[in-house]
Design a protein around this ligand. Structure first.
Ligand code: SF4
Ligand code: SF4
Ligand code: FES
Length: 333
């Protein structure tokens, strides 16, 4: 099978980047990593890439292939090209992390974000007299996050991290869930408070990219949503994210649709005048376009607030959704 590759190269001395094109003959079941190693062995010994296990275990061969972060040792060329020998696979280093050379990223920022969440259990209280017995369902839930191989694919393609380097990012937040949701840890509240600050769980836009690219089914976004629920259950509500969730739900429960007039003050805080004034030009544009109806001037929950027809049915849906929350299992010892 003919394999065409267009590989992004970066010269570590000058910092300049460009693309090199290669064309090789390879076996039908070849992976992108096999193809790149073949290039390095027989075509161009200067090509830098990172790999070890070649079995999707060590997490070291993450790179962007055709625009998406993947483990190169798991990416079958035939599947990617759909058998089209003229398809040119574009191979680039991961995003959101500096490049050392060619396909090798500097992962320092990945590890420092991991360390930011104290990724180890910190039990509280007296030493247990016998072993901890954690319910099976808890361990099954935690297995998702324990499968993480620290490959960095989710961090590479996180859309928030592209615009805000302060974001703790999906892998570290999934790791945070692993310790927060473990009943043996004694710092659930403190951890959730820290995770609710700027750069934490409320900054994810739920774009789903981390779920799509994770090769191990960790689904970091889902873990972030679980952390949000836990934070609310712990009464950690004095932040923009929690307030936004609250006004959003209140708005739907009360009137059946989003109350655009009150969403901003309800989220940033009624007395946060500098922030409200900053958004005024946008709000005026929305008003001119008819997106801030006068009927919504009364805040949700107040007498006379705007209501859609058929509110009983909307409230039934909200009640049903609230009743679907899973119960938290308890630890015994
Ligand atoms: S869902 Fe959230 S954490 Fe995941 S990639 Fe999107 S913004 Fe990043
Ligand atoms: S969560 Fe998934 S994509 Fe992110 S580092 Fe872990 S294994 Fe890789
Ligand atoms: S080489 Fe180890 S995960 Fe790909």
């Amino acid at each position: 099978m003919k394999v065409k590759l267009k590989v992004k190269r970066t010269n570590p001395e000058t910092g300049q980047s460009g693309y090199s094109n290669y064309e090789i003959e390879a076996a039908e079941n070849v992976t992108a990593l096999d193809a790149l190693i073949q290039v390095r062995e027989y075509e161009d010994g200067s090509l830098a890439l990172r790999c070890s296990c070649r079995s999707a275990i060590c997490g070291s061969c993450s790179m962007r292939i055709d625009g998406q972060a993947r483990l190169a040792c798991r990416a079958k060329v035939l599947a990617l090209t759909r058998g089209d020998e003229n398809h040119e696979m574009v191979v680039e280093p991961m995003g959101n992390m500096p490049v050392i050379k060619d396909l090798v990223n500097d992962m320092d920022s990945f590890w420092s974000k991991m360390r930011q969440v104290d990724p180890f259990l910190q039990p509280e209280g007296p030493e247990p007299v016998a072993e901890y017995r954690v319910p099976n369902e808890t361990m099954i839930d935690l297995t998702h996050t324990m499968n993480c191989i620290m490959c960095g694919a989710c961090v590479s393609d996180c859309t928030v991290l592209e615009v805000d380097r302060n974001f703790i990012a999906p892998a570290a937040l999934a790791k945070a869930y692993r310790v927060v949701a473990d009943p043996r840890d004694g710092h659930e509240h403190d951890r959730l408070e820290k995770l609710s600050e700027y750069g934490g769980i409320w900054d994810c836009t739920r774009c789903n990219m981390c779920v799509e690219v994770c090769p191990k089914g960790v689904a970091p976004m889902n873990r972030i949503l679980q952390l949000r629920e836990m934070a609310l259950e712990n009464g950690i509500k004095n932040n923009a994210g929690a307030r936004h969730t609250n006004i959003f739900t209140k708005s739907i429960e009360d009137g059946g649709r989003l109350n655009e007039v009150w969403m901003l003050p309800g989220s940033v805080g009624m007395f946060n005048l500098p922030r409200i004034l900053k958004e005024m030009p946008g709000a005026l544009k929305m008003a001119r376009a008819g997106k801030l109806p006068f009927a919504q001037a009364i805040p949700p929950g107040f007498p006379g607030s705007h209501k859609m027809k058929g509110m009983d049915r909307v409230r039934n849906v909200v009640r049903k959704a609230a009743s679907l929350k899973p119960k938290k299992p308890e630890v015994t010892g």
